[in-house]
Write a protein that binds this ligand. Structure first.
Ligand code: NAP
Length: 522
């Protein structure tokens, strides 16, 4: 498979007519071929109208047909072979083993959604049979199922060029739900996007599905991205990226004549709480694991541990000393784009300029390569953090973290009160810490989407019980997750059928239950 620099609009290859975007090798700043000319409003219209047409039949496909389609997408992505990994490496600077792992995760989550489709329990079919003899009034026959909302606009993420991009988690969840997808490819990895987009299109064709089930557009976010979110055929938006772009999409979606939901995953600093028992037992080990989690992938994870909180003590000092050494010895790593590198540098300068923050350590720097993330570790007293939580608690996307030293447990709890919504919170604890852990969990579950103990927040398992979400600004809608099988609910809505004859009921609700799915019957 080779790349041409074109958009994929249904079954057609379309050359854009707007300014060209090129992938950039961030390690050298070399611009890569081919150029990708951006799409126009007409291209957005065509992709969205095809998606609306496709929705009419795609939403009616059987669970087995859709499961087979997702498995075919996975197979076609694997068939691209090394060319995909090599192109993604050039465009993102991410190491080859990381990208190989990410491809495995991408095809794994497509297959997980295929399994989910076959289970059928996500349809949440409910049957309340008629009670004609009920007094004082009879009850009608009422049945409920979840149906897809309609075509979904997906914005590929820069930091997961495979697992959260063209055929990533958002696309897999939407296609599983029965919703066609129009992707706005991320400008940082257009070649990778085209390769994966072609694999999805092959699967659409091989499965005999309508062409509008999938389209891939290129162009600037503020033009193509905004037009997509405004198009009347689009019924939901899925996004991973910056807080400013996510909020802008939320405003656009809310201002439409028909407002639509936006599922944006944006900003999180993922606090890590070091409890006294754990520090007394293993301060140096915890520091080692923390530095690994902080510096992995140049810290470009939404779950990067950007805030560490402990109680003033000799044991916390030992952790700080070990973490400081670890950060000083950490190699620099290439960041995804010059823009992300520059935002990282600005974030670090911002923290350096804060009166309450002290720089503890700077990592190594490979000055032969461009856009290098040099790890940073800062510290601050809790009083200073509590006085300026928005200045000291900012997300610095990259390998930077702040250790906050609290005088007592009450200050730890005050600090939680001041935190914005988060994807994760982590506790390092032993049995001796149970009482404090219980109070912290009680406060944290109101602030975060996932609480983990004696681990590190990076590395998000794709499974049934995962929540990768949380209150704003972690996401735009705390009721959902963007990772795991529960992510399908973002693109579904419930419909009740009251006294509808069996011949007219959808298969999931017919009396004979022809799909054999689990149902709640009363
Ligand atoms: P971004 O600037 O938010 O871009 C993400 C996508 O949104 C791109 O396709 C972009 O298009 C589009 N976009 C940008 N502004 C838009 C707007 N006003 N309306 C509609 N679409 C818009 O994110 P990024 O370039 O990936 O990284 C920048 C920063 O985002 C990072 O430094 C980091 O702070 C944050 N980030 C967070 C996460 C996370 O997981 N939470 C992940 C990645 C990045 P174009 O670029 O093509 O214009």
């Amino acid at each position: 498979m080779h790349i041409t620099g074109q958009m994929l609009i249904g079954s057609r290859d379309v050359t854009g007519s707007q300014a060209a975007i090129r992938g950039i090798d961030p390690a050298t700043n070399e611009a890569l071929d081919p150029p990708y000319n951006g799409g126009t409003q007409d291209d957005v219209n065509t992709a969205c109208e095809l998606a609306a047409q496709a929705f009419r039949t795609y939403r009616k496909t059987s669970l087995e047909e859709r499961a087979g389609f997702l498995e075919k997408v996975a197979e076609r992505i694997e068939a691209i072979g090394d060319a995909l990994i090599e192109r993604a490496h050039r465009e993102t600077g991410l190491p080859l083993p990381r990208l190989q792992g990410e491809r495995a995760r991408t095809v794994g989550q497509l297959r997980l959604f295929a399994r989910e489709l076959r289970r059928g329990d996500w349809i949440d079919a409910r049957v309340d049979c008629a009670l004609p003899e009920r007094q004082p009034l009879p009850r009608s026959d009422i049945r409920l199922q979840y149906i897809p909302v309609g075509p979904v606009a997906v914005f590929g993420a820069s930091n997961f060029p495979l697992a959260f991009s063209v055929a990533g988690g958002d696309t897999a969840a939407a296609l599983a739900a029965g919703a066609p997808v129009v992707v706005k490819g991320h400008s940082a990895h257009p070649g990778t996007s085209e390769l994966v987009g072609r694999a999805v299109r092959e699967a659409v064709q091989e499965c005999g599905l309508p062409e509008g089930v999938f389209s891939l557009l290129f162009g600037s976010g503020s033009e193509i991205g905004q037009s997509l979110a405004k198009h009347p055929a689009i019924k939901a938006v899925a996004f991973t990226g910056s807080r400013s772009a996510g909020v802008s999409l939320m405003k656009t979606a809310a201002a439409r004549p028909e407002p639509i939901p936006v599922f944006a995953e944006m900003s999180s600093i993922n606090p890590v709480f070091l409890l006294p028992g754990a520090l007394a037992q293993r301060a140096a080990d915890v520091a080692r694991g923390f530095v690994q989690s902080l510096t992995m992938g140049a810290g470009q994870f939404c779950t990067n541990p950007g805030l560490v909180i402990g109680l003033k003590s000799a044991e916390l000092d030992a952790f700080i000393q070990a973490a400081t050494e670890g950060v000083k010895n950490a190699d620099s790593a290439t960041m995804l784009t010059p823009g992300i590198y520059s935002a990282y540098q600005q974030g670090v300068e911002h923290l350096k300029g804060q009166a309450g923050a002290t720089l503890l350590a700077e990592g190594k720097l490979d000055s032969d390569r461009s856009n290098q993330c040099q790890a940073r570790l800062f510290t601050a007293q809790a009083d200073a953090f509590l006085a300026k939580p928005h200045d000291l608690g900012i997300e610095v996307f990259g390998a930077s973290s702040l250790v906050v030293v609290c005088d007592d447990e009450a200050q730890m709890l005050q600090l939680i009160e001041k935190l914005e919504g988060q994807l994760t919170a982590t506790l390092h604890m032993t049995e001796d810490d149970t009482e404090l852990a219980d109070r912290l969990v009680d406060a944290l579950e109101l602030k975060v989407g996932r609480i983990l103990v004696n681990g590190y927040p990076t590395g998000v398992e794709v499974c049934d019980a995962m929540v990768h979400g949380g209150p704003f600004p972690a996401t735009s809608d705390s009721r959902t997750t963007s990772v795991g099988t529960a992510a399908i609910y973002r693109f579904l809505r419930p419909v009740s059928y009251q006294d509808v004859p069996d011949a007219v009921l959808p298969p999931a609700l017919k009396r004979a239950n022809p799909w054999g799915i689990p149902r709640r019957e009363a």
